[in-house]
Design a protein around this ligand. Structure first.
Ligand SMILES: [Zn+2]
Length: 418
């Protein structure tokens, strides 16, 4: 909740700043002379960033955004971090500055920031078909743990079920014998109890602007739907709670989400009325194939894609992870994540953030290290979308979750006073 509370605070600060100074404009100065400001906006909300201005002669190796020492005493000139409220965040944002091999051509030109450069591509209309690939990292600030990882608090509730190994809960053979642990977990995770994050609303903004070709998610939480992304634009690569079926291969009867939800929330194991087999939400378990929609769409989508954004995933699970290599060689790829992942070893597929590997290949991989929500907020600034993004979230809160909104406010207040 901590990060989410921080984001709420950031959003509030932005909103206040924006209200004071009016709507921001989409036209902007170039970033070449003032690297710490976004190219997208001559900044109605710049008051929150003025602290972060670094002198032009500071040589930044890792990042072009800096916080002053008074804010981040541990920062050094080579690992400066920053942007919005960096001091508040456990994972400050670092926009990686590639150290290109000499002679290498970069898609990002001489732009001081790859993020600004990508924003410029979008604003100029040279990018129109964006694919987002997302993982658990975009949902953690909603309070949804990366539950496929062992050691999460969530598993403590399952101790009494003595799982042979944590992943057993998502293994189809184990589920057939002992479905109870899954339904206990499903109750905890059931969609409708969580608020989409700024990352989800950012994807929703891409959709609203007609830029989203498809959102491929590994998450089963349906939060992109909740954020307003149309289901035609979403591929839930590992399934979701949105649909449910009888698990018997001979039956496969479909069940309405509402009925399944009712069963799960009342601690009843849902059973098929036709054959008495278990009824399971269409979440892809280990030992099950991915949804056919994934395979039906991926070829055409990735051929057409002109910008790939990968967010909050460690790119460990196949075949999802290998999708990054399906876009054309000239397509920019942006990774937003807490760690560097998915990098190419020597030659071969994978990211090449520093343009070190193939001399002839165009440098087209950008890296933003840090929290997905903060990165999306920063990206929105570059695009001049901040007001709309924040409003999208506020609208959701007002409509769906008034209680939760106040809960977050209390959470934040408690945090601040302690
Ligand atoms: Zn059945």
């Amino acid at each position: 909740m901590g990060v989410d509370a921080n984001i709420d605070e950031l959003a509030k600060q932005l909103e206040e700043g924006l209200n004071l100074k009016g709507q921001q404009s989409d036209t902007g100065a170039t970033a070449d002379t003032v690297p710490e400001k976004s190219a997208a906006s001559p900044r109605s909300d710049s008051s929150h960033h003025d602290d972060a201005v670094v002198p032009a002669d500071v040589s930044d190796v890792e990042s072009e955004y800096s916080v002053p020492d008074s804010v981040s005493s541990s920062s050094s000139s080579s690992t400066d971090t920053a942007s919005i409220g960096a001091a508040e965040l456990p994972f400050p944002l670092v926009v990686h500055k590639p150290l290109l091999q000499s002679g290498k051509t970069s898609l990002f030109g001489n732009a001081s920031s790859t993020l600004d450069s990508i924003a410029r591509m979008i604003r100029s209309g040279s990018v129109k078909k964006v694919i987002v690939m997302a993982g658990a990292g975009i949902s953690t600030s909603a309070g949804i743990p990366d539950f496929r990882s062992p050691g999460m608090g969530l598993y403590a509730n399952l101790r009494e079920y003595k799982l042979p190994y944590p992943e057993a809960i998502f293994t189809i053979d184990y589920f057939r014998k002992n479905p109870k642990p899954f339904y206990v977990l499903a109750k905890e995770l059931y969609p409708g109890q969580f608020v989409p994050t700024l990352s989800h609303f950012f994807v929703s903004m891409l959709a609203k602007k007609g830029l989203l070709l498809r959102h491929y998610t590994q998450n089963i939480d349906c939060l992109e739907r909740a954020a307003g992304v149309g289901s035609d634009l979403i591929v839930e690569a590992h399934g979701s709670f949105h649909e449910a079926h009888c698990i018997s291969d001979r039956c496969r009867k479909e069940y309405a989400q509402d009925w399944v939800k009712e069963q799960i929330l009342s601690d009843t194991i849902p059973r098929c009325s036709a054959c008495k087999s278990l009824v399971k939400p269409d979440i892809t378990f280990f030992g099950e194939g991915l949804p056919s929609r994934f395979f039906e769409l991926l070829e055409e989508d990735f051929d057409a894609c002109d910008l790939l954004i990968v967010m909050g995933t460690s790119l460990q699970v196949q075949p999802f992870a290998s999708l990054t290599n399906r876009v054309r060689d000239s397509v920019p790829r942006l990774l937003i994540n807490r760690e560097r992942v998915g990098e190419a070893k020597m030659r071969g597929p994978g990211f090449d953030f520093d343009g070190r590997l193939d001399r002839k290949a165009l440098h087209r991989d950008a890296l933003v290290l840090g929290d997905c929500d903060e990165a999306c907020l920063r990206f929105s600034e570059c695009l001049g979308w901040t007001v709309e993004l924040v409003k999208l979230r506020q609208k959701f809160m007002a409509r769906h979750q008034p209680d939760r909104a106040s809960f977050y406010a209390e959470d934040m207040a408690t945090k601040r006073s302690s």
